[in-house]
Design a binder for this molecule. Structure first.
Ligand SMILES: Cc1ncc(COP(=O)(O)O)c(C=O)c1O
Length: 465
């Protein structure tokens, strides 16, 4: 029996299909500026296009499968790499990252253990160090790549908590903190999150933070962690991290910074003191698949005291013999995953390709696009600017005025639906003190000044309708 009849390929067959795929993707790159961002289809339409067939009883030639997959995806996808995509925190992925993913999957090292992935492990170690250097974090820190921001934050959280049963734990985070913390609190032991208020710029109220910690300590509870944000998900606010570091030191607490979105902006020459203070955290989450422009998935966690990761995650069973001379890193000992893909390759290749200069230039460009967008919103009487931070702009349609808050929320939610289905641009939303806003977040090296103009015009046209 020829067991590999479906899966094995000769070099020649792989070359033919590989070149075909590269041609298709290259064509898409050339046209992405001019195609609709999304067909705006309903779930029923997308399902109908895919068809409701069961598992095929027999196989289909690889070339046909590839053509079918391409057609389905090309015709029924939303393109986050489109120049006018500014939703959530999803970047335009560098094409080099796609090639890196192909190379990584082609060679398929398992980056759980050094012995299984010698060079891949060393490249991940180096990529992690480069990220630390970019952020001004100590380069002898521990760290690893994970799937994204949630996982990176989970690792920081668990490293802060350490092993062993501890009860009556308290975590402190502003109410603008991303939802990963709720999941962590649900999943990882008996803990209560103290949600701290924010100032007019959506930054943690440090007076209240200190009050709550002192209160809880006096009540015999166990504060262990302060979570700060370097770029909140709704408005891009950077918490007063310098002050939070001092408070953490006063009470002997771990300071974790969620910089999943905003931490790379610490590399900008004009970064604020609080943004640069990401380098003072005990741990930090930062996502290469956000503002370092890699394809999903790539998150990263850095931990100041490198040993904390092994202390938290290392289990070395009898069936593993991965200890080597020269103390190499075995990534399975540093985090939640066992088998691990080579997501570090795209990070390594892209950081080498752009260098610090290139990254700073792209990040600064995004901040500039957000500034332009905000200026256009401000100058337009039918729009109201609600908040800005880093490369995020939150605003709403107010028309000729006179609408109640309730009407404004309804109208703006409907406007967002129309924006998202339009295929012309893509925005997401933020809800600030109960007020529904449209939110543009620029982490997109393809966005140009004319795109910003077109985006504002499209919002105005849709708003009028
Ligand atoms: C500040 C912040 N933290 C965490 C996350 C979660 O990241 P991911 O979606 O990669 O898990 C996000 C996502 O946008 C974010 O903006």
């Amino acid at each position: 029996m020829d067991g590999d009849r479906n899966y094995e390929m000769t070099g020649e067959e792989f070359r033919r299909l590989g070149y075909r795929l590269v041609d298709l993707l290259a064509g898409w790159l050339d046209e992405v500026r001019d195609v609709p961002l999304t067909p705006g289809e309903t779930p029923a339409e997308v399902r109908a296009a895919l068809g409701d067939r069961g598992l095929p009883a027999s196989g289909t030639p690889a070339g046909e499968v590839l053509e079918e997959a391409w057609r389905l995806l090309r015709e029924h996808s939303l393109f986050s790499g489109h120049p006018r995509f500014a939703g959530y925190v999803i970047s335009s992925a560098a094409p080099l990252g796609a090639l890196a993913d192909l190379m990584a999957a082609g060679l398929n090292p398992n980056v759980g253990a050094w012995k299984l992935s010698p060079m891949a492990t060393e490249m991940e170690v180096q990529a992690v160090r480069w990220i630390a250097e970019l952020l001004g974090f100590p380069s002898d820190c521990g760290g690893l790549l994970v799937s994204g921001g949630n996982m990176a934050n989970f690792i920081g959280y668990l490293a802060a908590r350490g092993r062993g049963a501890r009860s009556r734990l308290r975590v402190y985070a502003s109410k603008e903190t991303h939802t990963w913390l709720e999941k962590a609190a649900d999943l990882f032991g008996e803990v209560t999150v103290r949600s701290i208020g924010v100032d007019a710029e959506y930054r943690m109220d440090c007076g209240e933070l200190e009050l709550r910690i002192a209160e809880d300590m006096a009540a015999g509870l166990t504060p262990f962690l302060i979570v700060g944000s370097a770029g909140t998900v709704s408005t891009g606010a950077v918490d007063p991290l310098v002050r939070m570091r001092a408070i953490a030191d006063t009470y002997g607490l771990w300071l974790h910074v969620d910089g999943a979105y905003g931490a790379p902006a610490a590399a900008l020459p004009d970064a604020s003191e609080d943004l640069r203070a990401v380098g003072l955290a005990d741990s930090i989450a930062i996502d290469p698949h956000k503002w370092l422009y890699t394809p999903v998935e790539a998150g990263c966690v850095l931990v100041r005291r490198a040993a904390a990761l092994r202390e938290t995650f290392d289990h070395s069973p009898a069936y593993y013999r991965f200890e080597e001379e020269g103390a190499p890193v075995n990534f399975y000992q540093l985090g939640l995953q066992n088998s691990r893909g080579f997501r570090a390759l795209k990070v390594w290749m892209q950081m080498k390709c752009a260098g610090r200069d290139g990254l700073v230039r792209m990040i600064a460009h995004d901040v500039e696009m957000a500034g332009l967008f905000a200026a256009r919103v401000k100058a337009e009487p039918r729009l109201e600017l609600m908040a800005t931070g880093l490369s995020i702009v939150v605003f709403r349609w107010v028309g000729d005025g006179g609408m109640s808050e309730e009407e404004l929320n309804r109208v703006n939610a409907e406007l967002l639906d129309r924006v998202q289905a339009s295929g012309e641009l893509f925005l997401s939303n933020a809800v600030l003190e109960g007020r529904f806003g449209l939110r543009a977040c620029f982490v997109n090296f393809r966005t140009r000044v004319e795109d910003v103009e077109r985006m504002v015009r499209a919002v105005l046209d849709l708003g009028e309708r």
